[in-house]
Design a protein around this ligand. Sequence first.
Ligand SMILES: *Cc1c(COP(=O)(O)O)cnc(C)c1O
Length: 382
Amino acid sequence: MKTPSPIPVSGPWITQREIDYVTDAVKTAWYGDAGVYNQRFEQAFADYLSVRYAVSLPSCTSAIHLSLAALGIGPGDEVIVPECTWIASAAPITYTGATTVFADIDPGTWCLCPDSFAACLTPRTRAVIPVDLYGNVADYQRIGEIARRHGVAVIEDAAEAIGAEFHGRRAGSMGDTGVFSFHGSKTLTTGEGGMLVTDREDLYRRVLQLRDHGRKPGDKFFFNSEVGFKYKMTALQAALGLAQLERIDELITRKREIFDWYRARLAAVPGITLNHEAPGTRSGYWMITVILAPELGWRKEPLQEALARVGIDCRPFFHPLSSIPAYAETAPAIGARERNVNAYRVSPWGLNLPSALNLTEAQVDHVCTVLLELLKQPPVTV
Ligand SMILES: *Cc1c(COP(=O)(O)O)cnc(C)c1O
């Protein structure tokens, strides 16, 4: 017998509209119409964010890489990134040959701490990559002020925050560039995919050339001006993305509803902290996340395992990047543990709860009941 599938941590919401658009794309998006869905998706995305330019890409990782490359960042430069994020926020810094600098997170939003960002600046700092973690939004007022004062570019990693807002502005529109992911786990999905947005025409032009093997749109054939990259989204993905974007309010409303189901059951429980919506911000609630008080004794790993055993799929809060094998023995990790106290204090006790778009309130109720039951028991030590 097939074992029942676990309650999923993440996953999309696909309707007939997506199926219709992709079906149309596979039939029509060839010959002279090959680029139509990409153009429509990019235009609709730029309009949604109120930005001038949007470029559809194969991933958010490529969007970060292109942002850094378009800014001319390379060996000898330093780029600041918060400790707690998916490695994709930081890995492209290494691709360019620049040096990664890990800054601390804010204990409330779990996003880049502005004071830590300021403390990490050196004359070599060229860019900062604030991350809108789990749909929460960083303090762009302060981050922007500090960045402008020091001539540092801002690449807003809004991979997890489509639909989130900061004082009425959409997440992703706050930096020199903003980057999004449409990976299957994200709120808006194209399976794999990404978008780079910007208001800066210079960066837009540079990105278009760099993403097409160093060829400007319309240039002489096979006469590339430089060695670039090949970063394109297919028309089938763009069709899927366009259909999802036309439903974005519905997708965000569902994420916020799922959060409300959890809030009603967990917010008042002593020792549990949920995603925090800082004043003036609106979270996209990509991942409903709990931070447990250390007094409860439950670290994220044993808790994740205990929940997995009863068919509930969770993820650990991101480990500080300076602690994971990819970085632990490298120069950027030196001193990071002592400097980034919030990241090291919060991360061991954080868990992403099931947040998939197909969840029902009954499933969330079940997850909360099981979680609260477990928390009453002595923790399993690993
Ligand atoms: C998912 C994610 C990315 C990477 O997105 P890909 O499309 O998989 O390259 C980058 N940053 C953050 C914060 C993410 O969550």
